[in-house]
Design a protein around this ligand. Structure first.
Ligand code: CU
Length: 289
């Protein structure tokens, strides 16, 4: 073995050790909590889409809103003298603030909805504090989408989401302070939000990996756009109790068409959240009792 060969031998051994070291040292850290769908192989869906739309009803007599005692903060009382609870907002039998979303399902091509990648929207979602009240009361964001929290009041708030899967935080926002920008890194339906200054303030944020969600408005109506044709489990969630109340329905969405999915909450409906019902597209809503 001549001198040159020896040098090469030593060099190549050193290089192999280096390679081994970096492979074992992890540069390939994986987040074990992240769903498998985070794989870089996932591609966005491209193709025709349809919609899921419906109306959320409330059967029976809804609980009357309760007046909120705001004497703890005179600023709140001055701006919102008639502040009342908004956990059950019903108008003409229709329920607002219901979060409706695609939980799971299969696109016509046979791929699961979660196997597609859904780009993070560049638009932000706003949560305002106005009159010592969160607006909107229920909202949805995508994972990592910017949530912009504003304070329109002449008093201090302290925003405090209490997630189970995401990181908990709370932050004071003084009168006139700039917006607080946050994002949630994991899907979670839904995250309760409270204010450490004003115990009556409540909001709920649904965080999903995809944009296939909607919140019912004052007429009880909601619409989910951009849905790939397929068959899905659609969940309607409304607040109440420890973790809210859920209704589930199986919905088939045609390409370039509309599927209807009406849900009903309230005293007169069963609270059976697990029963699935086939819901052919473009037919009249099936009322569940
Ligand atoms: Cu507050």
């Amino acid at each position: 073995m001549n001198k040159q060969t020896k040098v090469w031998l030593v060099l190549s051994i050193a290089l192999s050790l280096l390679a081994l070291g970096s492979a074992c040292g992890g540069g390939t850290k994986t987040d074990t909590n992240a769903p498998a769908t985070d794989a870089t192989a996932a591609a966005p869906y491209s193709g025709p889409t349809g919609t899921i739309a419906g109306v959320i009803s409330y059967t029976g007599t809804p609980p009357a809103p309760k007046k909120i005692d705001t004497t703890a903060d005179p600023v709140c009382g001055q701006k919102s003298p008639n502040l009342s609870t908004d956990d059950t907002v019903v108008k003409d039998g229709k329920l607002a603030n219901t979060f409706v979303y695609i939980k799971e399902g299969t696109v016509e091509a046979g791929k699961k909805i979660g196997e597609y990648s859904w780009p993070t929207p560049t638009s932000e979602v706003q949560l305002d504090q106005n009159g010592c009240h969160y607006a909107p009361h229920v909202l949805g964001v995508q994972v990592n989408q910017k949530l912009k929290i504003t304070n329109s009041d002449a008093t201090q708030h302290n925003i405090h989401p209490t997630p189970k899967l995401n990181q908990e935080w709370n932050q004071t926002q003084a009168n006139g302070a700039p917006p607080i920008e946050k994002a949630f890194t994991r899907a979670e339906v839904l995250i309760p939000v409270k204010c450490n200054q004003h115990p009556w303030m409540k909001a709920y944020i649904g965080v999903l990996k995809h944009p296939l969600f909607s919140v019912s408005g004052d007429t009880g109506a909601y619409e989910i756009k951009g849905v790939p044709p397929g068959t899905y489990t659609v969940v309607a969630w409304r607040e109440g109790g420890a973790n809210g109340e859920e209704k589930t329905m199986q919905v088939t969405v045609p390409a370039n068409g509309a599927a209807k999915a009406d849900f009903s909450f309230g005293a007169a409906t069963s609270s059976n959240a697990s029963s699935l019902q086939m819901m052919p597209a473009l037919e009249l809503p099936v009322h569940r009792h």
